[in-house]
Design a protein around this ligand. Sequence first.
Ligand SMILES: NC(=O)c1ccc[n+]([C@@H]2O[C@H](COP(=O)([O-])OP(=O)(O)OC[C@H]3O[C@@H](n4cnc5c(N)ncnc54)[C@H](O)[C@@H]3O)[C@@H](O)[C@H]2O)c1
Length: 391
Amino acid sequence: MIEASKDSDASSRLTCGMVGGGAGAFIGDVHRKALAFDAKATLVAGSFSRDPSKSLATGRSLGLSADRLYGGYAEMAASEARRDDKIDFVVIVTPNNLHFPVAKVFLENGINVVCDKPLVLTSKQAEELKALAAAKNLLFCVTYTYTGYPMVKQARAMVRNGDIGEIRFVTAEYAQDWLATALETTGQKQAAWRTDPEQTGIANSVGDIGTHAENIVSYITGLSIASLCARLDTFVKGRRLDDNATVMVNYASGAKGLYWVSQIAIGNDNDLRVRVFGSKGAIEWAQQDPNYLKVSYLDKPVEQLSRGRDRLYPDAAGTSRIPGGHPEGYFEAFSNVYRSFCDALAKKRAGQPLGPEERDFPGLDAGASGVKFIEKCVESSRKGGTWVGVD
Ligand SMILES: NC(=O)c1ccc[n+]([C@@H]2O[C@H](COP(=O)([O-])OP(=O)(O)OC[C@H]3O[C@@H](n4cnc5c(N)ncnc54)[C@H](O)[C@@H]3O)[C@@H](O)[C@H]2O)c1
């Protein structure tokens, strides 16, 4: 007989529930698959749709027990909180407008939260969640997926170690073309809610992908935005929110930046690309070729670091899962965010203190910063593209 080690004991695993992610949804299913990579948490409960019968059908298809399938998220939070085996955390994968009420009710019921981006619709809501999570001593993760890529972690470690010197200029592009036509009028539900201010918030492209650009720059460089100047465009007739935006940025350090995000950039699937120019060198990472990092110095040939092959900093090497040349991608990046979060939560559950290095997952500060970025971009654009301070 093989004796189970304590680590592999299923009873020591975390459990979670999910709000959103019903049949036909995009990101809920990605979260479930990413969670399965390391099996550090098991999905046991859910309210997967605003329609209870659809929620039930999704829960059954996932093999969950009927007594943990709920008709609504508030009922789920209250019922789970009463159980001895209550979920350790909830995963929120609904349209943006529900992030705040759902996160709030779970925090109030003493349950840790993983929430997709953008965190909430207003800075006031973000501050309320920060205060609530702190008062209840709960962990909160905002799933900015791109922070989970090993080569993004390598870029961050190189900047931290001064390999490219003092940062002078940053560019971030996030180009897509899926909203180049009025897809929202065809019944495509992801397009419909993203272009509806009631469900998505005050911005579309800036909220949906601009926050990823803001977050990945902040994660890699540690720079904080002091002021920005934005122009939000709406190219598709009848659309109520932006589908393209250009943002100039001044960082507190004196460095400068330029972000371009677009959903009408024909020929682009999901082209997130970041370039960081320092006084000694430069680095470039592209989401569609995520296993490599381009590194340039003035006096050397251009280098291309390969995940899983070249000697990388420990953060990057430790999150690489298979040898180089076997491409890793979006699922692995997502699972790395979950691995960091679950390890931190397991440690906290065991009553052990958490050091800052054990919190390598985006939290409420990152989420709040994304919300502030959206608000300031909209404010600047509405004022005709003037510079606005970001406090
Ligand atoms: N991290 C990333 O890279 C990434 C990628 C895509 C989407 N997202 C974010 O994930 C969230 C969901 O996006 P999506 O594209 O998966 O949307 P989606 O429309 O595909 O899915 C939303 C799901 O929420 C469910 N829902 C709606 N109201 C509900 C309620 N009251 N109770 C329970 N479930 C409810 C819907 O039925 C649906 O199943 C958004 O906030 C989006 O910004 C993040």
